[in-house]
Ligand binder design. Structure first.
Ligand code: FES
Ligand SMILES: [Fe+2]
Length: 427
């Protein structure tokens, strides 16, 4: 249970709020590269942490993320012309570059210097792993570029997607930390999804519904260990890293790809749920790519031209009561991602955490909330947030068997550490 003041603190992300300032210290994934594929191509409206922005790739290929509204009379620059070296407002022709600098005010006399006095807020961008990331914090505090493994593997080893989720980022993120729902909500998919079923891990998973949780603090967040019995002498472990501020990596099954997630606030009542699928040591095969392109596995089918899922709250997520009754689907909603989204959105735009009743299996959620809360408060005192360094980001999820007397974080060969080009540890 979280009292109102603490709930507000960790769910409000606008500029000037403690958590909003914390989130602005990280590189934020906000566009797929393909959304601004072309130099001088169409700009894209972006709302990020409640700020209304415009992304574009200029004629030189430089990426810009600038305030969306023209410095003159505040029309949306989405209508602008992406010209040589900048974007020109279609109303009276003022022109701005990717840094927000005003390049030209055509109506001013030639000797006017007014152009130098006006400009737009702009945030630096980097492109890594087919994703465009922005940094919205103080320039002097800009961290090194993102180093998650899905940003470093070759292009044929990855597939990324994003979808709109119509709720606060935190309750969506908490779903990624909450490993105890998997054997219930997603039990149908553990049996049937081609990228999940048939591994030793999914058999262990389905045969033990009372797993034990062990959570350890890590430099960048938490390692959430879940153990199940694997015969009389071993445990089967599944480890989910949570990396500040909103990343999780789903523990793998067999040789299937890994999947990272991020839940990035659009505003306080909507977020983008990202899924980063990748294999550390081989290209994704035809079956895997086919399933992912089709909106299977952890991806979803989207309404054409949008990032809103086809199954959404307006059509009750295409709930199938017959499948629910027959038990082929535990919830009746199809697909892992939409099973999660349907329930997280059902909590309302911002979950009322004063009315919940947490149990032992919610320990990781409790610890993650506290870590976010403390990091926001510590930042106010000038402390650098955790999770900004490569060492905190270059980690993996893992699943393995281990003799019962060995702690999961003492497993041989550091299964949670990224080893470039070497397959992940998974059964
Ligand atoms: S409003 Fe943009 S140039 Fe006038
Ligand atoms: Fe889930």
């Amino acid at each position: 249970m979280l009292i109102d003041e603490r709930n507000r603190l960790v769910t409000q992300t606008g500029s000037g709020t403690p958590t909003g300032e914390l989130l602005r210290r990280y590189w934020i994934p906000f566009l797929l590269s393909e959304e601004v594929a072309e130099n001088g191509g169409p700009p894209v409206r972006v709302t990020l942490l409640s700020e209304h922005l415009l992304a574009f790739r200029d004629s030189e290929g430089r990426l810009g993320l600038i305030e969306q509204f023209c410095a003159h009379r505040r029309v949306s620059l989405w209508f602008g012309r992406n010209e040589e070296g900048g974007i020109r407002c279609p109303y009276h022709g003022w022109k701005f570059d990717v840094t927000g600098k005003c390049l030209e005010i055509p109506s001013e006399p030639p000797d006017s210097t007014f152009c130098d006095e006006v400009g737009l807020t702009a945030y630096p961008c980097v492109e890594r792993g087919g994703i465009i990331w922005a940094y919205m914090g103080p320039p002097a505090e800009q961290p090194p570029p993102p180093a998650f493994e899905w940003t470093t593997v070759p292009a044929d080893q990855r597939f990324h997607s994003k979808r709109l989720e119509e709720c606060n980022y935190l309750q969506a993120l908490e779903g990624g930390i909450d490993s105890s729902h998997v054997a219930f909500l997603h039990s149908g998919e553990l049996r049937s999804d081609p990228l999940h079923h048939g591994s030793k891990g999914s058999d262990y998973h389905l045969s033990d519904l009372t797993p034990k949780f062990e959570i350890k603090e890590s430099p960048g967040g938490l390692n959430i260990g879940v153990r199940r019995n694997a015969g009389d002498e071993k445990y089967y472990w599944r480890i989910t890293p949570w990396i500040m501020p909103w990343y999780t990596i789903v523990p793998p099954y067999g040789d299937n790809p890994l999947h990272g997630h991020a839940w990035v606030p659009i505003d306080d009542e909507n977020c983008f749920a990202w899924t980063f699928s990748y294999h550390p040591s081989r290209p994704l095969n035809e079956l895997e790519l086919g399933v992912m392109h089709d909106g299977g596995s952890l991806h979803v089918q989207l309404m054409p031209g949008t990032f809103r899922p086809k199954a959404n709250k307006d059509n009750d997520y295409l709930m199938d009561r017959a499948a629910q009754k027959a038990g082929t689907s535990f919830s009746g909603v199809k697909g892992i991602a939409l099973q999660d989204a349907s329930l997280q959105e059902s909590m309302g735009p911002v979950q009322d955490r004063a009315r919940e009743n947490l149990v032992m299996t919610d320990k990781a959620i409790f610890m993650a909330r506290r870590r976010l809360h403390d990091a926001a408060r510590d930042l106010e005192k000038g402390e650098r947030p955790p999770g900004l360094e490569e060492g905190a980001q270059a980690v993996r999820s893992a699943s393995f068997e281990l003799p019962r007397e060995i702690a999961f974080d003492e497993a041989p060969d550091e299964p949670m550490k990224v080893k470039k080009g070497v397959a992940h540890t998974s059964i």
